[in-house]
Ligand binder design. Structure first.
Ligand SMILES: Cc1ncc(C[n+]2csc(CCOP(=O)(O)OP(=O)(O)O)c2C)c(N)n1
Ligand SMILES: [Mg+2]
Length: 377
């Protein structure tokens, strides 16, 4: 069973990837230690990539904080952030290519943004205003972005997984060999029937899909200990013949490296991979939740401080001279200014026109829909 605080094995690439599938499902791949030191040499890492990953994580942290404040001020209806999970989000996003497809769960808006969804579009979708491509029909935090193949999230836990596997099966049928689908889920999602059906299909059809479980150790108030009797979530994939990887989800470099390997396997005809990214939901489940009522927040404090994914990467950047002391605060201030400007722009836009209610329901409206539209007018 997954313990609330997990220490890593600190295994570098050789130690981890030279093992068998079971050892990969029980181990924990790590490149960047909690103290910001590298476990092994990372030859592909340069300043540009490191800064891109850090900037992506910081953007999520700053934006989520603003959005939660907006919800508390009554300006938006709902929000669910990814505090503490930014490395899992950005590390996996960075391994995707523009033609890939992403089928997200609740905490992956940062993947969409990393792939090109603008802050304005994301925030329009939170307000559900006339600039919202979903025309105000989705809950906040369920964004989409057609240009970057970032599919709107279904609220029903785990339904994203059959969608992702289906998209990947479609890619295979169409001969899109150089692409893959990324399907996200939470730890709770792996207890749903959809997970088992989808991963079974992924294994049987060798679909080019990377199934990514952000194990943040909570499903609202259900802890990992109460979620499964399996020693790790990654072990579940073994029964379906899908190669697993278990990765320190607060280590953006390990997440990027492992996801890149999984995506390369999918793109080269090697089939699916299941990834468990071990992290922690530092924030409340959503703006409608109060975790102090059901969990020990002294554990949260450890993940918020010592295990914080941004702090770890910041230390590495500073030690390499890739980020000057204090520069991170300046970056955060610049991002916050951008977010505030986007909020100002989007809050001024009114709701979608009432007539849009009747659009996109059928290809050509039925007589009943026409009648309802007339009555509404
Ligand atoms: C089928 C279904 N059951 C219950 C819910 C209510 N619900 C919303 S999120 C959630 C917990 C999800 O936990 P997890 O999969 O671990 O994702 P996390 O929120 O931790 O990212 C539940 C039970 C739902 N949306 N859909
Ligand atoms: Mg969870």
């Amino acid at each position: 069973m997954v313990a609330p605080v997990m220490t890593s094995t600190g295994a570098g690439p050789e130690l981890y990837f030279d093992g068998d599938d079971e050892s990969r499902a029980r181990g924990l791949y790590q490149l960047l230690r909690e103290d910001g030191a590298l476990v092994a040499e990372v030859p592909w890492l340069d300043r540009a990539l490191a800064r891109r990953l850090y900037d992506g994580m910081l953007t999520i942290r700053v934006t989520d904080t603003r959005m939660m404040a907006l919800q508390r001020q009554g300006r938006i209806g709902f929000y669910g952030g990814a505090e503490g999970q930014e490395a899992a989000v950005v590390g996996s996003a960075a391994a995707s290519l523009p033609d890939d497809w992403v089928i997200p769960a609740l905490r992956e808006w940062g993947v969409g943004h990393f792939r090109g969804m603008t802050l304005d579009s994301f925030i329009a979708q939170i307000f559900g205003n006339a600039a919202d491509p979903s025309k105000g029909r989705q809950m906040p935090c369920h964004p989409c972005d057609r240009a970057s193949n970032y599919v709107v999230m279904s609220s029903c836990v785990s339904t994203q997984i059959p969608h992702a596997v289906g998209v990947a099966m479609g890619m295979k049928i169409l001969g899109h060999d150089d692409r893959c689908a990324f399907g996200y889920m939470g730890d709770g999602g792996t207890s749903e029937g959809d997970f088992h059906v989808a991963i079974n299909f992924a294994g049987v059809t060798r679909a080019p899909v990377v199934l990514i479980c952000q194990n943040n150790q909570w499903a609202i108030s259900t802890p990992g200990m109460g979620q499964t009797a399996a020693d790790t979530i990654a072990l579940k994939a073994l029964g379906y013949g899908v190669p697993p990887m278990r990765v320190d989800g607060n280590d953006v470099l390990a997440v990027f490296d492992a996801t890149s390997r999984a995506a390369a396997r999918a793109r080269s005809g090697g089939g699916p991979t299941f990834m468990e990214l071990l992290t922690y939901r530092v924030s409340a489940h959503s703006s409608s939740d109060d975790p102090t009522r059901y969990r020990d927040e002294s554990v949260t404090e450890v993940w918020k401080t010592r295990k914080d994914p941004l702090r770890r990467m910041r230390t590495l950047l500073e030690q390499h001279g890739w980020l000057a002391p204090g520069e991170s605060d300046e970056l955060a201030a610049t991002i916050e200014a951008r977010v505030r400007e986007a909020i100002t722009r989007q809050e001024q836009i009114g709701p979608p026109p009432k007539a849009s209610l009747f659009e996109d329901v059928f290809e050509s409206p039925t007589w009943l829909l026409d009648e309802q539209a007339r009555e509404t007018r």
